[in-house]
Design a protein around this ligand. Structure first.
Ligand code: MN
Length: 257
């Protein structure tokens, strides 16, 4: 049986840091926008119930309105048609929300080319250098894109041909989905797929292949630059929404200093 008292002491002392990978959630948090006539996710919005006033003299509280896929959020398998018979967000086992991080850093490549796609040779090269991807890993696709996270126009980076943001090739998505035992992948962009993924041979391959193979997505992450390549533990905590396809999510990492 593992003794967690040493870990608890390290957290209290700060020698194990708790890094927040979550973007602040507010009404201007960038959201995914689909072309008409498709349905749209809602922006996050607070609706005040009382604020220490005649509606509630000693208490402040709000209702909130949001899409499931707004801000830093978790994609459950049922989100995609390929996973329609798999778990909704309330059914994802808690044991499968926590796992070791494997950070794949392509900040430089994305700086030069916002349409950069991570491909299978990149995964092989990463494993050659850092060892095999462990079971239940969270792949953290570091691109630097979170620096645009408070500027919706730069974040979407769209022109007449659509958005230009990084992602995975179909082959890379297939590799992770079918040849590894990872939990899923976290990204800094608005969704797990590349901006141009609608036009791929398998459209939206990360959604189609990850979710269809009972793996998950985490989006709009921050602070991936504060994680070591390996050795951190990621904890994803989506709301337990019954029949939910996903949820805004607090994502934390435990990092040894
Ligand atoms: Mn989503």
């Amino acid at each position: 049986m593992a003794d967690l008292s040493a870990l608890a002491k390290e957290i209290v002392a700060g020698s194990v840091e708790v890094v927040d990978l979550t973007a602040p959630l507010h009404e201007n948090t960038p959201i995914l926008m689909l072309p008409e006539p498709m349905g749209q996710t809602a922006r996050f919005k607070l609706e005040e119930i009382s604020n220490y006033d005649d509606r509630g003299p000693a208490w402040y509280w709000n209702n909130f309105h949001t899409g499931e896929h707004t801000g830093t959020h978790f994609d459950a398998p049922i989100h995609w048609v390929t996973g329609k018979n798999l778990d909704d967000v309330s059914q994802v086992p808690a044991q499968r929300l926590v796992g070791p991080a494997c950070v794949m850093d392509f900040t430089k490549e994305v700086e030069a080319n916002p349409d950069f796609l991570l491909d299978v040779p990149h995964i092989k090269a990463w494993e050659e250098k850092n060892g095999a991807i462990p079971k239940n890993a969270w792949i953290m696709f570091r691109t630097g894109w979170s620096k645009y996270g408070e500027d919706a126009v730069k974040y979407a980076n769209a022109d007449a041909n659509g958005p230009h943001t990084p992602g995975l090739t179909v082959a890379a998505a297939e590799h992770f989905a079918t040849k590894t035992e990872i939990l899923g992948m976290g990204v800094e962009t608005v969704g797990t797929d590349a901006g141009g993924a609608f036009g791929f041979s398998t459209p939206f391959p990360c959604h189609a292949l990850f979710l269809g193979n009972n793996k998950y997505g985490l989006t709009q992450l921050r602070n991936l630059d504060k994680l070591p390549t390996t050795g951190a533990i990621v904890i994803a905590a989506p709301l337990k929404i019954v029949k939910g396809s996903g949820s805004p999510c607090r994502v934390l990492a435990l990092v040894s200093k």
